[in-house]
Ligand binder design. Structure first.
Ligand code: NAP
Length: 166
């Protein structure tokens, strides 16, 4: 049982624009899939709508305050962040929980998170309207740090960083 957060942001912390991702770098998408597959994923209704479908082979939980909010069959809607955490802990799950955004949900999640999987794209995008929240670096230790150069499938250099709560 572990509560994780996964995000890809640019040099200024930007994560999205117009309810879309800023970048679709192949290695980041592969890492996201590898880590989240067969686990629980939690996202806000806006992120769900921007993806436009449930993530296959994962237990999808979508947050909305709208009691009538519907998602595709197989997905679960919950109406409070605390309810999701309580339920996840009660199930004493072997599967991990991954908080997948967006900005609004990340902000609420950080105090509950054990591990953060962060991809930083070494570029500053011009159009950004969603940001990853600031967090206190003193509370986190770096357990993994990899720098990768751009290539034919990844337009910009990028870092994979994993932080664990101290
Ligand atoms: N780069 C990345 O790694 C990454 C990852 C994910 C998303 N994104 C980007 O982030 C942007 C979207 O972020 P966002 O902050 O606008 O939206 P969001 O966090 O995806 O969704 C916000 C919505 O979630 C629901 N919600 C949030 N907290 C809740 C709570 N405590 N209880 C019940 N419902 C709750 C509400 O839905 P209702 O309005 O339905 O009540 C709220 O309007 C997009 O641009 C997306 O592409 C980037």
């Amino acid at each position: 049982m572990s509560i994780n957060l996964i995000v890809c942001h640019d040099r200024s912390g930007g994560i999205g624009y117009n309810n879309s991702l800023l970048s679709h770098q192949s290695e980041d998408l592969k890492r996201f899939k590898r880590l989240t597959l067969n686990n629980y994923v939690l996202m806000g209704s806006k992120t769900y709508e921007s993806i436009g479908k449930l993530l296959p082979k994962r237990h999808n939980i979508i947050l909305s305050r709208n009691k009538k909010y519907k998602v595709a069959p197989g997905g679960f809607v919950r109406h409070s962040f605390e309810e999701v955490i309580k339920e996840y802990k009660l199930n004493n799950n072997e599967q991990e929980l991954f908080i997948c955004g967006g900005s609004d949900v990340y902000k609420q999640a950080i105090p509950y998170v054990d591990k953060m999987y962060i991809t930083i794209i070494d570029h500053k995008f011009e159009n950004v309207d969603s940001y990853f929240p600031e967090f206190d670096m003193d509370e986190w230790e770096t357990v993994d740090y990899e720098k990768h150069p751009a290539d034919e499938n990844n337009e910009y250099d990028y870092w994979f960083i994993t932080y664990k709560r101290k």
